[in-house]
Write a protein that binds this ligand. Sequence first.
Ligand code: SF4
Length: 325
Amino acid sequence: MTDKSEDVLIRVENLVKHFPVSGKRKAVVHAVDDVSFSIRKGETLGLVGESGCGKSTVAKSIIRMHKLTSGSVFLGNDDIAGLSEKELRPYRKRMQMVFQDPYSSLNPRMTVLKLVSEPLIAQGLISNSKQGRDNIVEMLNKVGLSAEHTSRYPHEFSGGQRQRISLARALILEPEFIICDEPISALDVSIQAQVINLLQKFKQEQSLTYLFIAHDLSMVRYVSDHVGVMYLGKMMELCDSEQIYREPLHPYTRGLLAAIPVPDPALAGNKRRTAIEGDLPSPITPPSGCRFHTRCSRCMNICREVEPELKDVGGGHLVACHLMD
Ligand code: SF4
């Protein structure tokens, strides 16, 4: 099902990640169950879903912060899923991650110079932060900071500036692929656009490829070439970005779109979509059949028993729903 053409940079095939439940011998959390997708060089895939749907676990499995339960992750032509930490080292330079909360992902005891030089030292490219100073100042300028910031600590910056430091840390190794795990969710709305513009600028200038994770479809709209919608560890819909907003087909995607506030009341009346009700079921005992059936207003008998396959319903628009049969 995944795209195997030459210009694909990231290919995830049948990714499964289960976590053991402490104190319960056979119980597992089904964080990600059989997820596949690919991202072409220079493109952005937006991955969306409620908290607990497995999108961050996908990201951390790609970058091998988690060991996969099964499945493959290709960077270019190489399957990196089973590599040892030593074998993985050259690939780490090519893939970087920017986290949601820059405050907790930046060591508060390190100056900006040390924080941004750390990845270079870890890769053996420089032996101390002074050696990399010129490069680091150049990178800080690119993300909208300056040389005078090098001696300051994370707490001396605003949330938006801290995210710029995180971005500098990620970009200093000149990666090909960056995972942005909800990079703007913790920021004020006025700052969100600045960070998005920076990400877009680097995408164009350096042909970067992104996996952009968000809990809401409005956040990925302007950055994504393709959008994937996850629910309880499964991919429910995957297609190009235009299509998902123009013609959402999965009831869950339609519910997510209905939850986005529409400023114009006239337009809101035209949406005719129902927001999703109820809570996310437990990923330890996911519902039988379609995992969304306990919250789906269109649920049929078959939905409770048979799991729908993720199928191409035309033009590369993939949907996992019995309504498409
Ligand atoms: Fe709803 Fe059934 Fe489609 Fe699942 S398969 S989304 S329950 S209609």
